[in-house]
Design a protein around this ligand. Structure first.
Ligand code: DAH
Length: 339
């Protein structure tokens, strides 16, 4: 074709049917390839007389743009057709690849259940931070500096003087609650706590639920009844418990509660019954009420701190606390489906 046949080129570009990728590629090479029509036309530019160069260039360019547009449009059409064909081949009734749904960690299951039980008695959840100052973890709870009771809880320090610690118990939350709320108070505080301690029944990072009840005329009988209700809801009416007198600086009198549980002795393969301490409790010491701005002449109350790991171990007969933190699917899968 001659240079003057611009119209012919344009017509051909417009009219050629390109119905496959191969034909399309042929067309592309014919016009735009190195030895194609368009490069050939451009190379003829030098033969065109000066005054016609501009017009010539513009027309070649027009052919080039038209060819490119055609290629792009046809390519899109072909791809859309291919996609349509693929989805026609798709069998939506085929089973998908199996995947395992996650499930709740046993500690979460039991924590939730504990919160549910106490909410039936009107306790509401109050949460707080895990890195606390000395006042919230110790001093406000009747443990001034150098108090020997501080040694009961091996503490992780973030900073010294002034002391900032990883809370050793959720009792720090009761301080904040009493400072910020007016009685009657009925809160329960689940959360992580930290102590330098590690064996089959102790972990450096474990979970507690702190309970706090402050009102007029609250008695030790109320405390006992609340905790009995809790263990019976959790473990059933036959659960055996015992209260032991104990000491906590922030309660007077204080007690600990043990429950009878059976665990499997892996050496003998037999179930063995033994007592396990699950909580500390007592009547809130008047000095603590005072520290937190509550008048002990007017109000009294009780508090308790329950170990979530301990409850879970008893509930599911888990012999070693470390199993909770290893993320071993063989262990965790046993709790799938529990809520
Ligand atoms: N904070 C105690 C601990 O971690 C547990 C505890 C005992 C909490 C008595 C209480 C309480 O609220 O009244 O060992």
């Amino acid at each position: 074709m001659d240079i003057n046949n611009f119209e012919e080129y344009l017509k051909e570009i417009e009219q050629t049917t390109l119905d496959s990728k191969a034909v399309l590629e042929e067309f592309r090479l014919k016009y735009l390839g190195k030895k194609g029509i368009i490069p050939a036309l451009f190379s003829k530019m030098k033969e065109v007389p000066g005054e016609l160069k501009k017009d010539f260039g513009a027309r070649v360019n027009e052919i080039k743009v038209k060819a490119e547009e055609k290629i792009e449009a046809v390519k899109e059409q072909i791809e859309a057709l291919e996609l349509k064909k693929q989805s026609a081949d798709l069998d939506l009734s085929l089973e998908g690849a199996p995947f395992s749904a996650g499930s709740l960690h046993p500690l979460t299951i039991i924590r939730n259940r504990m919160v549910d039980i106490f909410s039936k008695l009107g306790f509401v959840v109050a949460e707080d931070i895990e890195i606390v100052d000395d006042w919230h973890n110790f001093s406000a709870l009747n443990m001034p500096e150098d108090h020997p009771a501080r040694d009961m809880q091996d503490t992780f320090f973030i900073r010294k003087d002034p002391d900032i610690v990883l809370r050793t118990h959720t009792s720090s939350v009761q301080v904040r609650v009493m400072q910020n709320q007016k009685p009657p108070i009925r809160t329960i505080s689940p959360g992580r706590v930290y102590r330098k301690d590690s064996d089959a029944t102790h972990a450096p990072n474990f979970h507690q639920i702190e309970g706090l009840f402050i009102d007029k005329d609250v008695s030790f009988a109320d405390l006992k009844q609340t905790l009995f209700y809790f263990v019976q809801e959790m473990f059933g009416k036959d659960i055996e418990v015992r209260f032991r007198p104990s000491y906590f600086p922030f309660t007077e009198p204080s007690a600990e509660m043990d429950i009878k549980w059976k665990k499997i002795n892996h050496e003998t393969g037999k179930e063995e019954a033994s007592w396990m301490e699950i909580l500390g409790c007592g009547m809130v010491d008047p000095a603590v009420l005072e520290n937190c701005g509550i008048n002990p002449q007017e109000y009294s109350g009780f508090a308790f701190g329950i170990g979530v790991e301990r409850i879970t171990m008893v509930k599911y007969k888990i012999p070693d606390i470390r199993l909770f933190y290893e993320n071993d699917l063989r262990f965790l899968k046993q709790f799938a489906g529990e809520i």
